[in-house]
Write a protein that binds this ligand. Structure first.
Ligand SMILES: [Zn+2]
Length: 201
């Protein structure tokens, strides 16, 4: 009798703990952002270019809009991205390699895209040519572009880098530096469910 009662109490304890963990996960981004649960956060952004670029800014604008409004992307974290002519909270910039580097000489490289909040600099060379890591696997340029936009916007949303594949699926988190190497993970161009939070918006 006593044993079963103890067992029951322990079970209840475990269940409560599980519920608590789930609630923490659900509310994490909301608490960080200071919004009520279910509240959609609107992020306005503008699009521009910097330096001598070879890419087409109008095409860049279209791909950014498609990627940021795609139901598989960051919108799953209750975000709504709206393009404005200027003065957005987020600035999406197609930039020449030297301008990317100039944005933060110690933190950005001429070879990669880079985020210096509230600016996301997409490197014109990578925009046009993708990365070796993706090209070697035959991933399309369209999906490379989705990945690099989602990765850099992830930095804007408060994410740092992740260095390993998701344990269960072997997928690369969007915050893994897929441009420089996949570390044996499967490439992915949308954020994983475990990455759907924002901080500091
Ligand atoms: Zn990064």
């Amino acid at each position: 009798m006593l044993e079963s009662l103890v067992g029951l109490l322990m079970q209840t304890e475990i269940m409560n703990a599980q519920i608590e963990v789930q609630e923490k996960v659900d509310s994490y981004y909301v608490e960080q952002a200071g919004y009520e649960k279910g509240h959609v956060i609107e992020v306005t952004y503008d699009v521009s270019s910097r330096g001598e670029i070879n890419g087409d800014v109008e095409e860049f604008r279209e791909v950014v809009a498609e990627t940021l409004s795609d139901a598989r992307g960051w919108v799953r974290a209750n975000l709504k991205f709206t393009e404005v002519e200027n003065g957005g909270r987020l600035h999406m910039v197609l930039a020449s390699p030297s301008e990317v580097k100039a944005a933060s000489p110690s933190g950005c490289s001429e070879k990669l895209s880079c985020t210096v909040k509230p600016y996301v600099y997409i490197n014109d060379d990578r925009w046009l040519g993708g990365s070796d890591s993706y090209n070697e696997l035959g991933v399309t340029l369209q999906n490379y572009r989705r990945m690099v936009i989602n990765h850099e916007v992830g930095h804007f949303l408060g994410h740092g880098h992740i260095q390993e594949c998701e344990t269960e699926t072997g997928l690369a988190p969007i915050m893994l530096q897929q441009s420089t190497g996949l570390l044996g993970c499967q490439p992915t161009w949308w954020p994983l469910s475990s990455e759907l939070w924002v901080k500091g918006l």
